[in-house]
Design a protein around this ligand. Structure first.
Ligand code: ZN
Length: 154
């Protein structure tokens, strides 16, 4: 099968698979190297080396455009909610329902939010994300006008 597909919008032949465009833009900046330098120690001068790693800062615009659909994360949102909600919810519910009942409701909502996110993320990642990823897998991007398209979708 040929990978030469013309853009559905401008007809240009310079098209690339999205996954290829994405990865080639990443590899440019996902570099590691060694830095060697002189250092002064108690015994005199020495030569030291350390590894440097440059990552994520120079991703090309094309690569960003070609990024695959993201899965919903668990840890970061849960940590964020877990840390922030205990500050927000009690005040909110004490304002509406002062006393113990407000605290109980705040705790129920708190647990509900965390469980709700897990349920939402799980559902998204198992049901909505796979077809999006499948579309991404067979998508192409036009290097001339930036249109993304599926060769079988027209
Ligand atoms: Zn085009």
């Amino acid at each position: 099968m040929s990978t030469e597909l013309n853009c559905i919008r401008c007809g240009g032949a310079e098209t690339q698979r999205l996954s290829v465009a994405y990865e080639s833009g990443i590899s440019d900046i996902n570099t590691s190297g060694t830095t060697t330098g002189l250092f002064a120690s108690g015994n005199g001068l020495g030569i030291g080396s350390g590894s440097t790693r440059t990552r994520g800062t120079a991703q090309t615009a094309l690569s960003q455009r070609a990024a695959p659909p993201a899965k919903k994360r668990y840890l970061k949102p849960l940590l964020l909610m877990g840390l922030l909600l205990p500050f927000i919810l009690p005040y909110l519910f004490q304002a509406i329902l002062p006393g113990k009942i407000g605290n109980v409701i705040a705790e129920v909502i708190y647990v509900g939010c965390l469980l709700g996110w897990i349920a939402f993320a799980l559902r998204y990642n198992t049901q909505q994300w796979p077809p999006l990823k499948a579309i991404w897998d067979r998508s192409f991007i036009c290097l001339r006008c930036g249109t993304t398209f599926q060769p079988d979708g027209h």
